[in-house]
Design a protein. Structure first.
Length: 337
């Protein structure tokens, strides 16, 4: 749930957990290296998703930060503990529509809320939607130790010089999350690498679609945004990121890592942090920031980035319940009680 946090207030979009995007993963299929897997997780309650929302994967294959492929998930209202999904794939100019358009590759597919995944196939595509074990690992109490009480509502109050904040406890070992898993032939992504991928959640209110959350780099919105900027950030488009958000990022990094402006911009460029999209070159091994896999310690990466290497690693280990076959993310934990 690296994208779930936006300040220690932990407020989901519009106060609705169903609209909350948590993580984005992009990697080569371990079962078939000629295929690419894109996972967008949402809703830390791991229950039904919002029936008035569109959950979207945007894929830019030519470097102009406009979607060339869009995968849209639209969920029916839940009934009796069940839910169905329609999945659309749009290409070219049609992929830039905010609506769920294109070819409907899955019609009324069954969402999985139990241990057995409903794996859906449509031509060269393989699709899953439903509750799974959350692969994200982090020491939440250790993270809280890094922040001053005066800034407790925002992660932007990082205290540099806290040498041993970690508790050694993974706060996410029993967590579930709602996953959408999409696998396609890598050949469909073209040949101009890296591709750029970002997630979007939009919800319809008063007849209009509002962009209420986005997911690209892990832990960027969480650590760089304040409660005052997160609404604008979540509604904004990657093509505008560099102009709009670079000054804010540079200012924060001056506080957290004593970066000069030139050093901050160089670090942002080295990590390809702005625009806030996941970069992936499928000809190279997936490891963040080239895509993202379940074993990437993205919290350690982000804190080292913010502090210019001052904050030591947490020492946590990746979860071991992930799979080498579709849908890759692990079987959901049974609810207790």
């Amino acid at each position: 749930m690296s994208n779930h946090f936006t300040g220690l207030s932990l407020g989901p979009p519009l106060g609705d957990q169903r609209l909350d995007l948590c993580d984005l993963y992009v990697f080569q299929s371990p079962a078939d290296p000629a295929r690419t897997v894109i996972i967008l997780n949402a809703n830390p309650n791991a229950d039904a998703l919002h029936p008035d929302a569109i959950y979207r994967l945007n894929i830019d294959t030519d470097g102009d930060l406009l979607a060339d492929i869009a995968v849209s998930y639209v969920f029916a209202p839940p009934q009796n503990g069940k839910q169905t999904v329609n999945v659309f794939v749009a290409k070219g100019a049609e992929a830039r529509s905010v609506e769920a358009v294109g070819t409907k590759i899955i019609a009324n597919g069954e969402v999985s809320f139990g241990p057995r995944p409903n794996i859906m196939k449509a031509g060269n595509y393989t699709v899953f939607t439903g509750s799974r074990s959350d692969a994200f690992f982090f020491d939440y109490d250790g993270i809280k130790n890094l922040y001053s009480p005066l800034g407790a509502r925002n992660f932007t109050s990082l205290q540099v010089g806290v040498k041993a904040p970690w508790t050694g406890v993974d706060s996410n070992t029993e967590a579930n999350v709602f996953s959408t898993v999409f696998e396609l032939p890598t050949s469909e992504l073209g040949s101009k690498y890296p591709i750029r991928v970002w997630g979007r959640c939009s919800v319809r209110q008063d007849g209009k679609l509002l962009h209420v959350d986005r997911a690209g780099h892990p832990s960027v919105s969480s650590f760089f945004n304040t409660d005052d900027t997160k609404l604008e950030y979540n509604a904004s488009e990657p093509i505008n990121d560099r102009k709009r958000w670079t000054p804010m990022f540079v200012h924060l990094m001056g506080h957290t890592g004593n970066y000069t402006e030139a050093e901050a911009v160089a670090a942002i460029d080295a990590d390809s942090l702005l625009p806030d999209v996941m970069n992936f070159d499928p000809t190279k091994p997936a490891k963040y920031p080239n895509g993202r896999v379940f074993t990437d310690d993205v919290i350690d990466h982000r804190l080292a980035f913010l502090s210019k290497g001052d904050i030591p690693p947490s020492g946590l280990k990746p979860h071991t319940d992930t799979l080498r076959e579709f849908p890759y993310i692990g079987t959901p934990h049974q609810k207790k009680g």
